[in-house]
Design a protein around this ligand. Structure first.
Ligand SMILES: Cc1ncc(COP(=O)(O)O)c(C=O)c1O
Length: 238
Protein backbone atom coordinates (compact mmCIF):
# COMPACT_ATOMS: atom_id res chain seq x y z
CA UNK A 1 0.00 0.00 0.00
CA UNK A 2 1.42 3.43 -0.94
CA UNK A 3 1.55 6.24 1.61
CA UNK A 4 -1.18 8.04 -0.34
CA UNK A 5 -3.57 5.08 -0.48
CA UNK A 6 -2.88 4.43 3.23
CA UNK A 7 -3.91 8.03 3.97
CA UNK A 8 -7.08 7.69 1.93
CA UNK A 9 -7.94 4.53 3.80
CA UNK A 10 -7.44 6.25 7.19
CA UNK A 11 -9.63 9.17 6.08
CA UNK A 12 -12.37 6.81 4.93
CA UNK A 13 -12.24 4.80 8.17
CA UNK A 14 -12.27 8.02 10.23
CA UNK A 15 -15.34 9.22 8.36
CA UNK A 16 -17.13 5.90 8.82
CA UNK A 17 -16.22 5.84 12.53
CA UNK A 18 -17.67 9.34 12.99
CA UNK A 19 -20.86 8.32 11.18
CA UNK A 20 -21.25 5.26 13.41
CA UNK A 21 -20.67 7.35 16.55
CA UNK A 22 -23.33 9.81 15.35
CA UNK A 23 -25.83 6.99 14.76
CA UNK A 24 -25.02 5.55 18.20
CA UNK A 25 -25.50 8.98 19.85
CA UNK A 26 -28.89 9.38 18.11
CA UNK A 27 -29.86 5.84 19.13
CA UNK A 28 -30.13 4.87 15.47
CA UNK A 29 -27.36 2.30 15.43
CA UNK A 30 -28.75 -1.06 14.44
CA UNK A 31 -27.01 -3.98 16.13
CA UNK A 32 -27.77 -7.38 14.64
CA UNK A 33 -28.69 -9.88 17.35
CA UNK A 34 -27.59 -13.51 17.29
CA UNK A 35 -30.15 -16.28 17.61
CA UNK A 36 -28.70 -19.26 19.50
CA UNK A 37 -31.70 -21.58 19.43
CA UNK A 38 -34.49 -22.54 17.01
CA UNK A 39 -36.74 -19.66 15.99
CA UNK A 40 -39.80 -19.88 18.24
CA UNK A 41 -41.81 -17.75 20.66
CA UNK A 42 -39.26 -18.39 23.42
CA UNK A 43 -35.69 -18.36 22.15
CA UNK A 44 -32.12 -17.72 23.20
CA UNK A 45 -30.71 -14.47 21.83
CA UNK A 46 -27.28 -13.04 22.68
CA UNK A 47 -26.98 -15.37 25.67
CA UNK A 48 -30.41 -14.56 27.15
CA UNK A 49 -33.77 -16.32 27.15
CA UNK A 50 -36.26 -13.98 25.52
CA UNK A 51 -39.85 -13.80 24.27
CA UNK A 52 -39.63 -13.18 20.52
CA UNK A 53 -42.17 -10.70 19.15
CA UNK A 54 -40.44 -9.82 15.90
CA UNK A 55 -39.93 -13.01 13.92
CA UNK A 56 -41.97 -13.94 10.84
CA UNK A 57 -42.28 -17.57 11.91
CA UNK A 58 -45.96 -16.91 12.74
CA UNK A 59 -47.16 -20.45 12.12
CA UNK A 60 -44.17 -22.14 13.72
CA UNK A 61 -43.36 -23.82 10.39
CA UNK A 62 -39.61 -23.38 10.94
CA UNK A 63 -39.81 -26.11 13.61
CA UNK A 64 -42.67 -28.22 12.34
CA UNK A 65 -41.65 -31.92 12.58
CA UNK A 66 -42.90 -32.71 9.04
CA UNK A 67 -40.97 -29.83 7.53
CA UNK A 68 -37.84 -30.76 9.42
CA UNK A 69 -38.15 -34.33 8.13
CA UNK A 70 -38.65 -33.07 4.58
CA UNK A 71 -35.60 -30.79 4.87
CA UNK A 72 -33.46 -33.71 6.11
CA UNK A 73 -34.69 -35.96 3.28
CA UNK A 74 -34.00 -33.21 0.71
CA UNK A 75 -30.50 -32.65 2.09
CA UNK A 76 -29.77 -36.39 1.86
CA UNK A 77 -30.94 -36.51 -1.74
CA UNK A 78 -29.70 -33.14 -3.09
CA UNK A 79 -26.95 -32.01 -0.70
CA UNK A 80 -26.70 -28.72 1.15
CA UNK A 81 -27.11 -26.29 -1.72
CA UNK A 82 -28.26 -25.91 -5.30
CA UNK A 83 -24.80 -25.11 -6.65
CA UNK A 84 -25.76 -21.78 -8.18
CA UNK A 85 -28.47 -19.15 -8.26
CA UNK A 86 -31.72 -20.33 -9.77
CA UNK A 87 -31.37 -18.49 -13.06
CA UNK A 88 -28.06 -20.21 -13.88
CA UNK A 89 -28.34 -23.88 -12.89
CA UNK A 90 -29.90 -23.87 -9.43
CA UNK A 91 -33.60 -24.40 -10.14
CA UNK A 92 -34.36 -27.86 -8.78
CA UNK A 93 -37.41 -30.02 -9.28
CA UNK A 94 -38.06 -29.22 -5.60
CA UNK A 95 -38.49 -25.52 -6.44
CA UNK A 96 -40.79 -26.37 -9.33
CA UNK A 97 -42.91 -28.64 -7.11
CA UNK A 98 -43.12 -26.01 -4.37
CA UNK A 99 -44.20 -23.36 -6.87
CA UNK A 100 -46.89 -25.52 -8.45
CA UNK A 101 -48.20 -26.47 -4.98
CA UNK A 102 -48.33 -22.79 -3.99
CA UNK A 103 -50.12 -21.92 -7.23
CA UNK A 104 -52.73 -24.63 -6.52
CA UNK A 105 -53.15 -23.28 -2.99
CA UNK A 106 -53.64 -19.71 -4.22
CA UNK A 107 -55.76 -20.69 -7.23
CA UNK A 108 -53.34 -19.09 -9.71
CA UNK A 109 -51.94 -20.45 -12.96
CA UNK A 110 -48.37 -20.34 -11.62
CA UNK A 111 -46.18 -18.89 -8.88
CA UNK A 112 -42.55 -17.97 -8.29
CA UNK A 113 -40.70 -17.99 -4.97
CA UNK A 114 -38.01 -15.59 -3.72
CA UNK A 115 -35.80 -15.78 -0.63
CA UNK A 116 -37.50 -12.84 1.09
CA UNK A 117 -40.25 -10.26 0.76
CA UNK A 118 -37.58 -7.66 0.01
CA UNK A 119 -36.18 -9.69 -2.89
CA UNK A 120 -39.73 -10.30 -4.17
CA UNK A 121 -40.54 -6.62 -4.46
CA UNK A 122 -37.20 -5.78 -6.06
CA UNK A 123 -37.39 -8.63 -8.57
CA UNK A 124 -41.07 -8.31 -9.42
CA UNK A 125 -41.50 -4.56 -9.76
CA UNK A 126 -38.46 -4.17 -11.97
CA UNK A 127 -39.63 -6.95 -14.25
CA UNK A 128 -43.04 -5.33 -14.75
CA UNK A 129 -42.17 -1.72 -15.63
CA UNK A 130 -39.54 0.36 -17.42
CA UNK A 131 -39.09 3.92 -18.70
CA UNK A 132 -42.32 3.74 -20.70
CA UNK A 133 -44.38 3.19 -17.56
CA UNK A 134 -45.75 4.83 -14.42
CA UNK A 135 -45.91 3.55 -10.84
CA UNK A 136 -48.51 4.98 -8.44
CA UNK A 137 -47.67 4.00 -4.86
CA UNK A 138 -49.38 4.44 -1.46
CA UNK A 139 -47.25 6.77 0.68
CA UNK A 140 -47.01 4.21 3.50
CA UNK A 141 -45.98 1.24 1.37
CA UNK A 142 -43.25 -1.00 2.76
CA UNK A 143 -39.64 0.14 2.28
CA UNK A 144 -38.95 -2.82 -0.02
CA UNK A 145 -41.63 -1.53 -2.42
CA UNK A 146 -40.04 1.92 -2.33
CA UNK A 147 -36.61 0.40 -3.09
CA UNK A 148 -38.17 -1.78 -5.82
CA UNK A 149 -39.68 1.33 -7.45
CA UNK A 150 -36.36 3.19 -7.21
CA UNK A 151 -34.62 0.41 -9.14
CA UNK A 152 -36.85 0.94 -12.17
CA UNK A 153 -36.77 3.75 -14.72
CA UNK A 154 -40.54 4.18 -14.51
CA UNK A 155 -42.07 7.56 -13.57
CA UNK A 156 -43.41 7.62 -10.03
CA UNK A 157 -46.36 9.21 -8.27
CA UNK A 158 -47.34 8.77 -4.62
CA UNK A 159 -50.93 8.94 -3.33
CA UNK A 160 -51.95 9.78 0.23
CA UNK A 161 -52.32 6.74 2.45
CA UNK A 162 -55.47 4.80 1.47
CA UNK A 163 -56.95 8.02 0.01
CA UNK A 164 -59.05 6.93 -2.98
CA UNK A 165 -59.74 10.55 -3.99
CA UNK A 166 -56.01 11.16 -4.26
CA UNK A 167 -55.44 7.84 -6.06
CA UNK A 168 -58.07 8.86 -8.62
CA UNK A 169 -56.31 12.23 -9.03
CA UNK A 170 -52.96 10.49 -9.63
CA UNK A 171 -54.59 8.23 -12.21
CA UNK A 172 -55.55 11.25 -14.33
CA UNK A 173 -53.46 12.12 -17.38
CA UNK A 174 -51.74 8.74 -17.55
CA UNK A 175 -52.68 7.91 -21.16
CA UNK A 176 -49.16 8.50 -22.47
CA UNK A 177 -47.75 5.63 -20.40
CA UNK A 178 -47.58 2.11 -21.81
CA UNK A 179 -48.43 0.61 -18.43
CA UNK A 180 -49.57 2.02 -15.08
CA UNK A 181 -48.90 0.00 -11.93
CA UNK A 182 -50.83 0.90 -8.76
CA UNK A 183 -48.94 -0.58 -5.81
CA UNK A 184 -50.18 -1.14 -2.28
CA UNK A 185 -49.44 -3.24 0.78
CA UNK A 186 -52.39 -5.56 1.56
CA UNK A 187 -51.88 -5.07 5.31
CA UNK A 188 -49.64 -2.08 6.06
CA UNK A 189 -46.60 -3.15 7.99
CA UNK A 190 -46.30 -0.22 10.40
CA UNK A 191 -49.89 0.37 11.53
CA UNK A 192 -51.47 -2.97 10.62
CA UNK A 193 -54.31 -1.22 8.76
CA UNK A 194 -55.79 -2.79 5.64
CA UNK A 195 -55.80 -1.43 2.09
CA UNK A 196 -59.24 -0.87 0.49
CA UNK A 197 -58.43 -3.39 -2.22
CA UNK A 198 -61.86 -3.49 -3.88
CA UNK A 199 -61.80 0.28 -4.41
CA UNK A 200 -58.18 0.24 -5.57
CA UNK A 201 -58.85 -2.52 -8.11
CA UNK A 202 -62.03 -0.76 -9.31
CA UNK A 203 -60.26 2.58 -9.82
CA UNK A 204 -57.28 0.86 -11.48
CA UNK A 205 -59.57 -0.98 -13.86
CA UNK A 206 -61.44 2.18 -14.75
CA UNK A 207 -58.12 3.72 -15.78
CA UNK A 208 -56.64 0.62 -17.43
CA UNK A 209 -54.01 0.27 -14.69
CA UNK A 210 -52.60 -2.90 -13.11
CA UNK A 211 -53.00 -3.43 -9.36
CA UNK A 212 -49.96 -4.85 -7.53
CA UNK A 213 -50.69 -6.02 -3.96
CA UNK A 214 -47.93 -6.96 -1.53
CA UNK A 215 -49.77 -9.49 0.64
CA UNK A 216 -46.68 -10.37 2.66
CA UNK A 217 -48.60 -9.89 5.91
CA UNK A 218 -51.83 -11.60 4.94
CA UNK A 219 -51.66 -14.32 2.30
CA UNK A 220 -55.14 -15.04 1.00
CA UNK A 221 -56.42 -18.10 -0.69
CA UNK A 222 -58.92 -16.19 -2.77
CA UNK A 223 -58.03 -13.79 -5.55
CA UNK A 224 -60.21 -11.74 -7.89
CA UNK A 225 -61.87 -13.87 -10.58
CA UNK A 226 -60.99 -13.44 -14.28
CA UNK A 227 -57.60 -11.89 -13.51
CA UNK A 228 -59.44 -8.74 -12.51
CA UNK A 229 -56.33 -7.12 -11.15
CA UNK A 230 -54.72 -7.31 -14.59
CA UNK A 231 -57.05 -5.32 -16.84
CA UNK A 232 -56.17 -4.51 -20.42
CA UNK A 233 -54.69 -1.16 -21.34
CA UNK A 234 -55.04 0.38 -24.77
CA UNK A 235 -54.40 -1.43 -28.01
CA UNK A 236 -51.46 -3.41 -26.73
CA UNK A 237 -53.86 -5.40 -24.58
CA UNK A 238 -51.73 -4.83 -21.48
C1 LIG B 1 -45.65 -5.60 3.42
C2 LIG B 1 -44.23 -6.10 3.49
N1 LIG B 1 -43.53 -6.29 2.35
C3 LIG B 1 -42.26 -6.75 2.36
C4 LIG B 1 -41.62 -7.06 3.55
C5 LIG B 1 -40.20 -7.57 3.52
O1 LIG B 1 -40.19 -8.91 3.80
P1 LIG B 1 -38.83 -9.68 4.29
O2 LIG B 1 -38.62 -9.31 5.73
O3 LIG B 1 -39.17 -11.13 4.09
O4 LIG B 1 -37.73 -9.20 3.40
C6 LIG B 1 -42.30 -6.88 4.77
C7 LIG B 1 -41.60 -7.21 6.02
O5 LIG B 1 -42.08 -7.28 7.05
C8 LIG B 1 -43.64 -6.39 4.73
O6 LIG B 1 -44.32 -6.19 5.86
Amino acid sequence: MTQESGLHRELLLDGLRRELEGLDRDELLWRVRTLQSPSSAHARVDGKSVLVLCSNNYLGLANHPKLKQAAIAATRKYGAGSGSVRVIAGTMDLHVKLESTLADFRGTESSITFQSGYATNLGTIMSLVDERDLIISDELNHGSIIDGCRLTKADRRVYKHKDMGDLEKQLQGTERFRRVLVITDGVFSMDGDIAPLKDIVKLSQEHGAITYVDDRRCPRRERPRNNQSFPSRGKSGR
